[in-house]
Design a protein around this ligand. Structure first.
Ligand code: R5P
Length: 295
């Protein structure tokens, strides 16, 4: 197997390549003056049996998506036998059904195109909504970064830690449970509602056993930061000592970091699913473990 490092995930691809002991394919990319993307394999890959394309779809997601499509198309067009894609942040995973009449089914469209272009399997991390993966006919694997995020915080000499999910969705509570089990901590969750029209978020306060303890808020995505900031505020108000925030996909848009800092977050930690200065945990080991388990 050879690894293709897409423009959004070059460093992550290098880590996957090192852990798998599989070489990186030589590629060349550029952007034309009008913004169009150019991609070429800088070696003959036509007789290659298996490729793994690594490309996360964080913002600007539409650019990253087209890059992925072009890389996948090129690989299949040149005759590579099997192409798997590792897309840690699977953009457009919120729109799995028509919540409002007339809406587009963007996650279904991404699935359709990836399959039509010839992807043989999709690996992703903490997908926002598992229903999205049921739209694929090819095998899909949803890995979780929550255990590795918890291990990262364990190095912070935690005092009687408790893991908190900032919302009550089953998948969110499950992530908090995985994180808690990894470091032998308790877990709890908050209830959150988002207005589909205005995007406004309300988190309902409930009494939690956090006084004097360190808390870790675990979530899949931080976008505007409102969900996590609400949770941090409630935890601090109830007497939590330090509140860490661990997130699989730290998009951290707009004022998110300011909101989290003002709420009292001790440290914000993301993964290399999104390349920014908060990417302190790598998702390469969980992918490699899954690939080895499948082979
Ligand atoms: C919600 O369902 C997700 O798990 C995240 O909590 C959410 O996407 C975070 O969004 P924001 O940072 O805008 O509150």
């Amino acid at each position: 197997m050879k690894i293709v490092g897409g423009p959004s995930s070059k460093e992550l691809a290098r880590k996957v390549s090192a852990l798998l002991n599989a070489p990186l394919a030589l590629t060349k990319t550029k952007r034309f003056p009008d913004g169009e993307f150019y991609f070429k394999f800088d070696e003959d890959i036509s007789s290659e049996d298996e490729l793994l394309i690594v490309q996360s779809l964080y913002p600007p997601q539409d650019l990253h998506i087209l890059e992925l499509f072009l890389m996948l198309h090129t690989a299949r067009d040149l005759g590579v036998n099997s192409v798997k894609v590792f897309v840690p942040y699977l953009a457009y995973s919120r729109q799995d059904r028509r919540y409002l009449k007339g809406e587009c089914l963007s996650s279904g469209m991404i699935a359709e195109i990836l399959e039509n272009l010839g992807a043989d399997a999709l690996y992703t991390v903490d997908v926002h909504n598992r229903r999205v993966l049921s739209m694929y006919k090819i095998p899909t694997y949803n890995l979780t970064a929550s255990r590795d995020l918890a291990r990262y915080f364990a190095s912070r000499a935690l005092v009687d830690p408790i893991v908190i999910s900032p919302d009550d969705e089953e998948i969110a509570i499950e992530r908090a449970r995985y994180a808690a089990e990894t470091i032998g901590a308790e877990y709890d969750f908050l209830e959150k509602k988002r207005d589909r029209h205005t995007g406004e978020i309300v988190t309902y306060e409930k009494q939690m056993n956090v006084k004097g303890r360190d808390a870790i808020v675990i979530d899949d995505i931080i976008s505007t930061g409102k969900t996590a900031a609400n949770a941090v505020k409630i935890l601090k108000k109830q007497g939590a000592q330090r509140v860490f925030v661990g997130v699989s996909h730290a998009l951290l848009l707009g004022e998110a970091v300011r909101l989290l800092n003002e709420a009292g977050a001790e440290e914000i930690v993301g993964t290399d699913s999104v390349m920014n200065k908060y990417a302190k945990v790598s998702v390469a080991p969980i992918l490699v473990k899954t690939l080895k388990g499948n082979s």
